[in-house]
Ligand binder design. Structure first.
Ligand code: CA
Length: 338
């Protein structure tokens, strides 16, 4: 039973599409989504659970049909992020659901580890509706030890998987064009309709659940699963432009990255012992667009003698930049910057 959820946030994607993120106090097993982080709607690293514990009942996970025999173990035998992953072997069938992932684009990501002694067939399944036998399946891919391939159950597409190492499965879902692209370690190996992605067809334009199913065999490991509103965060990159002297100190902050920078706080600091005024100047640039550059300048400086000039900047996206020069201060003049 679903209860009405509370809208706590919106992500604007590509200027056109909107994700509604919900937190809920509901009793159904859908996940309540927490703080947004750079486009991540949901993530799971298994690290806060006890190694050896059953995953069912933790973090919103439950076995298909609430069948205890389909539960899986949290394990520390392998991990992509320390210290745990989940062990999926034959008969495991673990489900996690989300709400309102149905607009624009989204990306599902999972890190996977296949041991060299793996024997069997272990799946990652994405559903546009989890509802028992009435579920709507949209993607069914499996690691198959008979072929050493990650295979699509519903087509002839496949790709070799890494053995005794971690590989990333990434599924980019486009709800606007009803399309999905499936990558393994950044190699695109499967591209097809989302709603007609499996032989059962009839899916809907949503990502409702992941199902980690062990059809048969020994364990493989999954870790660092996530769902993104965009493929990955698009980050700014900050760079300090040339530092010049003369009457005071001038510089600039540039954004040479691929995303806008927000609340760029900058500092110009002089460490000369005989700098009496203007040792530290600070300021904030509310936003700095891609390829943008904003001039900055120090407060009035008064002093004498050698100094270093350290110009630094940081922004809300968590990137920083710093540049240091040396110079000579002569009264209000800053000379010989190099
Ligand atoms: Ca982990």
């Amino acid at each position: 039973m679903k209860k009405k959820a509370i809208v706590i946030g919106l992500i604007f994607l590509l200027g056109a599409s909107v994700f509604t993120i919900t937190a809920s106090a509901q009793t159904s097993q859908k996940d309540s989504i927490g703080t947004l982080s750079k486009g991540a709607i949901w993530s799971e690293n298994f690290d806060s659970y006890s190694a050896g514990s059953l995953l069912g009942g933790q973090g919103g996970w439950f076995p298909w049909g609430d069948n205890p025999a389909a539960d899986a173990n949290v394990t520390s035998v392998q991990s992509h992020s320390s210290a745990n992953s989940v062990e999926i072997k034959g008969n495991c069938d673990m489900v996690h659901r989300w709400e309102n992932v149905n607009t624009g684009n989204c990306t599902f990501r999972a890190w996977t580890y296949v041991p060299s002694d793996f024997q069997g067939s272990i799946y990652i399944i994405l559903l546009s509706l989890y509802n028992g036998d009435g579920s709507k399946w949209d993607l069914q891919i499996h690691f198959n030890s008979d072929t050493f391939l990650l295979e699509d159950y519903d087509s002839v597409n496949s790709t070799p998987y890494v053995i005794d190492g971690w590989g990333e499965v990434r599924v980019e879902i486009d709800f606007i064009n009803d399309w999905q692209k499936v990558y393994y370690n950044d190699v695109l190996w499967l591209s097809k309709s989302w709603t007609q992605g499996t032989s059962s067809g009839g899916g809907v334009l949503a990502l409702d659940a992941v199902d980690l199913w062990g059809e048969s065999g020994t364990a493989i490991y999954y870790d660092d699963l996530s769902v993104w509103a965009a493929e990955a965060p698009v980050l700014p990159e900050l760079e300090i432009g040339s530092i010049t002297g003369g009457f005071g100190v001038k510089a600039s902050v540039k954004n040479t990255g691929e995303g806008d920078a927000t609340n760029v706080s900058w500092t110009i600091a002089l460490d000369g012992k005989l700098v009496f005024l203007g040792k530290s100047s600070i300021g904030t640039i509310p936003s700095l667009a891609v390829a943008g550059e904003e001039p900055i300048k120090a407060n009035f400086i008064l002093g004498f003698g050698k100094t270093n000039i350290v110009v630094s900047a940081t922004c809300d996206e968590g990137v920083t930049a710093e540049l240091t020069k040396s110079a000579f201060v002569l009264g209000p003049l800053v000379l010989g910057v190099k």
